[in-house]
Design a protein around this ligand. Structure first.
Ligand code: NAG
Ligand code: NAG
Ligand code: NAG
Ligand code: NAG
Ligand code: NAG
Ligand code: CU
Length: 588
């Protein structure tokens, strides 16, 4: 399994793309040699002091307390539509942002305002949507977080909603639909926020999206998964780098007449010999844990999620769904005509039919039609499907964890309900959101009493909350809290023994894996708002592994929520009265 043995596991490995980019990825140019390297920062409308962030650094300034107010607005117009593409050669119905998979890159400087006008053009059949901007704090704008049923009503078909928020943190991240498991059908894209960096590099390669890929639409997969006596595990069919990979069409069931093309084409990257390159890795998949590497090259990790870290070297980076790593790679492993495989492999814990993603890396003088012949690093996969040991990663800007004002234990359980449907329980609840009544809007009106199956926890006026997550289920889970970059205090097997990993400067991330049968202890300094806290495995969140946290209830009540949020709810109410909303899952 994994990198040892089964190198290409039957996947044909030529780099010669048999399909055009438009057939595989629509309007996206990510993963092709046409995708331009990124600048150090965007130079239109910079502040007068050379850098948009002035004298702020990533090692001496607290990013949660200060960020540059550039006043610059980065405007994007997104239309989400149905389409048909074949990212790996197997044609399927997808959902695309501006006709592209992955969707367009959002790029801004630290402190800029991002405005995205999202048009819902999902028709035939119609469906709601909402986009989440993963990892952003949404300070004083929790209603722009994009979680339907929590912070907004879904955007109805043929309507638009204009998101507006400040990039108060910087680094690499992504956006994705947060409506049911819609994002696994294609509604994802990269985000780069340029900010200060102590680490030196020459070339910014930009986003490298790693995603498991399914040949069936998400709705069919959920229907299967939530059927009585159904299997809670849905298997992915392939693994993609920047939306591309080859597929062995001979493995398709004989009665499946879907058009399928071998050697559709893989992603290609160009490296400058001797130079240091920054790669922005994102696990944008639905389920699997990715193990990323480049043959013959050491990776220097400089940021994890939105946290710049003290650089450390490794050959393999492990990423659960939603996690990011920024790595530096120096092209010093061969002559200027060298070519190497880039790999990402889904771990044994992932439900995958074909776990190996490949892309080609070419040095500047290499023939870009040649197939690399490099060998993988031989690194055994850890048995527990966990992230790297916490002690390995130290944030560049140190922050000590304060004493929590409240500590809560939340258990993860899997169970079968009376109809023999396998579901998840988190904190004792198998959750289901209410699209028509987002918790944030009710809390803002002073209503804090909700049906128990919404899975809401109200932290009142607590200022720092510690959560001990206990995993009473098989498999590891990428736990994601919206609106915060949490302290990760401990992670391991069995029960927590009370030890904190580096209390004077614990790791900070917005997603962290809790291993099978283990524990994860995280803590957050409260950002007023109403925030989703859930497993980022799309299928688990759909199966009820979801909760909603009310943070600083009094401040939430005093917030002045812009009218267009309620306007959108009125439009959704109207649409949902005239149309059947088939909410077969938790909704999130
Ligand atoms: C809306 O979606 C339809 C396909 O469902 C497509 O033909 C049309 O071009 C889309 N409109 C826009 C503005 O993207
Ligand atoms: C990482 O490896 C590079 C050589 O590839 C070396 O120059 C650098 O000092 C190493 N960094 C650390 C933090 O060990
Ligand atoms: C079991 O869960 C499924 C999926 O959420 C639901 O449709 C069904 O009504 C539930 N059965 C019972 C008896 O609660
Ligand atoms: C609070 O909201 C819930 C869910 O919509 C509703 O059932 C309840 O009646 C509301 N309570 C008050 C006092 O309005
Ligand atoms: C902190 O949160 C807990 C859990 O909801 C609650 O019981 C407690 O009253 C809160 N404390 C304060 C000071 O609001
Ligand atoms: Cu999970």
């Amino acid at each position: 399994m994994g990198l040892i043995g089964g190198l290409l596991d039957g996947v044909v490995s030529t780099v010669k793309g048999a399909l055009g980019q438009n057939s595989t990825n629509g309007a996206s140019i990510l993963g092709t040699l046409l995708f331009p390297c990124l600048a150090l920062f965007l130079t239109n409308n910079p502040l007068p002091n050379g850098y948009p962030w002035g004298t702020l650094t990533d090692f001496a300034n607290n990013p949660y307390k200060e960020f540059p107010r550039t006043g610059v607005v980065r405007y994007y117009d997104f239309t989400v539509s149905r389409g048909v593409i074949a990212p790996d050669g197997y044609e399927r119905a997808v959902l695309l942002v501006n006709g592209a998979f992955p969707g367009p890159l959002i790029e801004a400087n630290w402190g800029d305002t991002i405005v995205v006008n999202v048009n819902n053009n999902i028709t035939g059949p119609e469906e709601g949507t909402a986009l989440h901007w993963h990892g952003f704090l949404q300070k004083e704008t929790p209603w722009e977080d994009g979680a339907p049923g929590v912070t907004q009503c879904p955007i109805p078909p043929r309507k638009s909603y204009r998101y507006e928020f400040i990039a108060s943190l910087y680094g690499s991240t992504w956006y994705h639909a947060h409506y049911s498991a819609q994002y696994s059908g294609g509604v994802t894209g990269p985000i780069v926020i340029h900010g200060p960096t102590k680490a030196k590099y020459d070339i910014d390669i930009g986003p490298v999206m790693l995603s498991d890929w399914y040949h069936k639409p998400y709705f069919d997969l959920i229907k299967e998964m939530l059927a009585p006596h159904g299997s809670p595990r849905v298997l992915s069919d392939n693994n993609l780098i920047n939306g591309k990979m080859n597929f062995d069409c001979s493995t398709v069931a004989p009665d499946d007449k879907t058009p399928c093309t071998n050697n559709a084409g893989i992603s290609k990257f160009k490296f400058q010999t001797g130079k240091a390159h920054r790669l922005r890795l994102v696990n944008s998949g639905a389920d699997g844990v990715q193990r990323f590497s480049i043959d013959g090259h050491t990776l220097t990790v400089i940021a994890e999620d939105f946290t710049p870290v003290k650089p450390y070297n490794t050959t393999i980076v492990t990423l659960g769904v939603g996690q990011r790593s920024d790595v530096l790679v120096t092209a010093n492993a061969g002559n200027p005509d060298s070519a190497f495989w880039m790999r990402s492999t889904l771990t044994g814990c992932s439900a995958a039919r074909q776990p190996n993603a490949l892309a080609a890396v070419y040095y500047d003088k290499a023939d870009t039609s040649k197939t690399p012949s490099s060998n993988p690093w031989v690194v055994p996969e850890p048995a527990n499907c966990a992230n790297e040991p916490l002690i390995k990663t130290e944030p560049l800007y140190p922050i000590a964890v304060p004493n929590p004002t409240f500590t809560q234990t939340m258990d993860i359980e899997v169970f079968k309900n009376a109809s023999d449907v396998t579901l998840w329980k988190f904190n004792g609840v198998s959750a289901r959101v209410n699209y028509n009544n987002p918790t944030l809007l009710l809390a803002n009106q002073g209503n804090f009493s909700y049906p128990s199956d919404w899975g809401v926890v109200n932290y009142g006026s607590n200022t720092s909350v510690r959560i001990i997550v206990r995993n009473r289920s098989p498999g590891s889970h990428p736990m994601h809290l919206h609106g915060h970059n949490t302290y990760i205090l401990a992670e391991g097997s069995g029960e927590w023994d009370g030890t904190i990993a580096r209390p004077r400067n614990p790791h900070r991330r917005d997603v962290y894996l809790v291993r099978s049968g283990g524990h994860l202890v995280l803590q957050f300094d409260v950002n007023p708002g109403v925030w989703a806290f859930h497993c980022h495995i799309a299928w688990h969140a759909s199966g009820g592994f979801f909760s909603t946290l009310v943070a600083d209830s009094r401040k939430v009540q005093r917030m002045r929520i812009p009218g267009d949020i309620r306007e959108n709810c009125r439009a959704w109410d109207l649409w949902s009265k005239r149309n059947v909303v088939d909410q077969i899952d938790s909704g999130a």
